[in-house]
Ligand binder design. Structure first.
Ligand code: HEM
Length: 439
C-alpha cells in the first residue's frame, strides 16, 4: 500500500479543497508549519503534495523536470496553447523562436522605453494627488510591453485591460481541479464576467495583430519577427500567433505591475529604507533620468525589488503534475499527482531567511546570495519553464521605481486596507491608494 507523507485529515469529502480555496496562502503556511517539508492531502480526488524544501523544489523544476508537466488546461480559454501553458515539443519550439527577443542586449535596449513610460505617467501626477498606484503601475507595465515587444501603444486599452483581467483572472484552486471545468457551463454571474473579461482580452490581442501585420518585418520588435515567421508558415498558425501575443501580454504586464505595486507599499512602510533609497538615487542618478548604465550601481534599488519579490511574489505558487510515479524522500507521489511549490511559503521560511517577515533589502549581500540554496528563492521559477521575462521584469521594476522615487515620495492613504489577494497572481485586493508628494 502507498505510504503518504503526513498531512491534514479529511473531515468530509472536499474539505481539503474547501480549506485551500478559502485561504490558500494561510492554509499552505499552516501545512508547512505543522507537517514539514512534504505534506500530502487529497483535493478533487487527486493526491496533492506541497514541497517546501529548496533541494526538492530544485529537483522538480530542474533535475527531474522531465517527469513533470505543467497543468494549466483550465487556463486554455484565455491563454490557448501559448508559451506559458504548452508542453513538450511545441513548448520547446516556441521557446526557441521567442527567446531571442529576450537576449541580454535586447533587454538593455528596452531600458530607455521603461524609463520614458514611467516618466510619462508621473508627469500627469499633481502635488498631493491621491492615486491608485496599482492602476498606475499597470498602465506603465502595459505600455512597456506594448512598445518593446509589440511595437504598439497600448495605453488607450489600459482601463479595459485592467477591468478585463480582474474579471478573467481566476483562483489557482480552479485550475488545479480539472473536474471544475463543468462550472464554466453554468449560468453563474462570475462565469459570465470571466467570459466577458476574456472576450475583451482576445479583442485587444486581435487589434494588436491587425495593427502590426502590414508593417511586419519592418521593425525589430518580437512581434515583427513572429509575424514574419507566421507568414512563412500558413494561416493555421494565426491562432498560435494570437496565443503567443496573449501569453506575453498577460505574463509580461500583470506580474511586473504587481511587483512594482508591492515594492511601493513596502517602501512606504519603511522610512529608513526609503531615505537610503532616495540617497542612492541622488548619488547615482542625480537630476537626470536613470539609464541602463546606472543599473549596476543601483544596488539598494535592486535589493528593494529582490526583497519585495521575496515577501510578495507576484506568482506566489507554481505547480506540476507527475507524469509517472515520483519518489520523494522515501515516499512516492503516484503518476497524476499535483506537486505544489509555494513561493509565498518558502520565501518566508526562517531556515533560509532569518527574521523572514522583516522587509530587509540589506540581507541581499553577495555572501548571502552565494550561500542561499538556489531554490529557497524562486520568484521567477526555474529550469526549462523559468520565466522568459525575468531580466526584463526585474530591470523594469528597478528602473521604474528609480525614475519615480527620484522625484516623488508615495505615502499610503490613511486607513487604506492593504490585503493580498492570492489569485493567479498576488494582487493588492483593494488596489493601493497612495498620496504623491514631490521630493
Ligand atoms: C516581476 C515580474 C515577473 C515575475 C515575478 C514572473 C514570474 C514568472 C514565473 C514564476 C514563471 C514560471 C511559472 C511556472 O513555472 O509555472 C514565469 C513564466 C513566464 N513568464 Fe514571467 N514573470 C515576470 C515577468 C515577466 C515578463 C516581463 C514577461 C514577458 C515580457 C514574462 C513572461 C513569462 C512567460 C512567457 C513565461 C512562461 C515561460 C515558459 O513556460 O517557458 N514574465 N514568470
Amino acid at each position: 500500500m502507498t505510504r503518504f507523507p503526513p498531512g491534514p485529515k479529511s473531515s468530509y469529502p472536499g474539505s481539503g479543497f474547501l480549506r485551500f480555496r478559502k485561504d490558500p496562502m494561510g492554509f499552505l503556511e499552516r501545512m508547512a508549519r505543522e507537517f514539514g517539508d512534504i505534506v500530502h492531502w487529497k483535493m478533487g480526488g487527486q493526491n496533492v503534495f506541497l514541497i517546501n524544501d529548496a533541494n526538492l523544489i530544485r529537483d522538480v523544476l530542474i533535475t527531474q523536470d522531465k517527469k513533470f508537466d505543467k497543468q494549466l488546461e483550465a487556463a486554455r480559454s484565455l491563454l490557448g496553447l501559448g508559451l506559458t501553458v504548452s508542453s513538450g515539443e511545441l513548448h520547446r519550439r516556441q521557446r526557441q523562436s521567442i527567446q531571442p527577443g529576450f537576449y541580454r542586449d535586447r533587454i538593455a535596449k528596452f531600458a530607455e522605453v521603461m524609463v520614458q513610460c514611467a516618466a510619462r505617467a508621473q508627469n500627469r501626477w499633481g502635488e498631493n494627488a491621491t492615486l491608485d498606484i496599482k492602476r498606475e503601475m499597470e498602465r506603465i507595465a502595459l505600455r512597456v510591453v506594448g512598445e518593446t515587444l509589440f511595437g504598439v501603444n497600448l495605453e488607450s486599452h489600459a482601463e479595459a485591460v485592467s477591468r478585463a483581467m480582474t474579471r478573467a483572472i481566476g483562483s489557482p484552486s480552479n485550475m488545479m481541479v480539472p473536474m471544475l471545468k463543468w462550472i464554466e457551463k453554468l449560468p453563474l454571474k462570475g462565469v459570465r464576467a470571466a467570459k466577458a473579461g476574456r472576450a475583451v482580452m482576445h479583442a485587444v490581442v486581435d487589434q494588436v495583430i491587425r495593427e502590426r501585420r502590414p508593417s511586419a518585418g519592418q521593425t525589430d520588435d518580437l512581434l515583427s519577427s513572429l509575424l514574419v515567421a507566421d507568414d512563412q508558415i500558413n494561416d493555421a498558425s494565426d491562432r498560435q500567433l494570437h496565443d503567443e501575443v496573449m501569453n506575453l501580454l498577460i505574463a509580461g504586464y500583470e506580474t511586473t505591475a504587481n511587483a512594482m505595486s508591492w515594492a511601493w507599499y513596502l517602501i512606504s512602510q519603511h522610512p529608513k529604507v526609503e531615505d537610503c533609497l532616495h540617497q542612492e538615487l541622488d548619488r547615482v542618478v542625480g537630476d537626470r533620468s536613470p539609464t541602463m548604465a546606472d543599473f549596476e550601481a543601483l544596488r539598494l534599488t535592486q535589493n528593494v525589488i529582490r526583497e519585495s519579490l521575496r515577501l510578495y511574489p507576484p506568482l506566489w505558487i507554481i505547480w506540476r503534475r507527475t507524469l509517472e510515479d515520483y519518489p520523494i524522500n522515501g515516499y512516492v507521489a503516484p503518476a497524476g499527482s499535483l506537486v505544489l511549490m509555494c513561493q509565498h511559503v518558502t520565501h518566508r521560511d526562517k531556515r533560509y531567511f532569518p527574521e523572514p517577515l522583516r522587509f530587509n533589502p540589506d540581507r541581499w549581500t553577495e555572501e548571502f546570495k552565494e550561500h542561499m540554496p538556489k531554490f529557497a528563492y524562486f520568484p521567477f521559477g526555474g529550469g526549462s519553464r523559468q520565466c522568459i521575462g525575468d531580466r526584463f521584469g526585474f530591470l523594469e521594476a528597478v528602473l521604474v521605481v528609480a525614475t519615480i522615487a527620484r522625484k516623488w515620495k508615495l505615502t499610503l492613504a490613511t486607513g487604506h486596507p492593504v490585503v493580498p489577494a492570492p489569485l493567479f497572481t498576488l494582487r493588492p485586493k483593494y488596489g493601493l491608494r497612495m498620496i504623491a508628494t514631490r521630493r
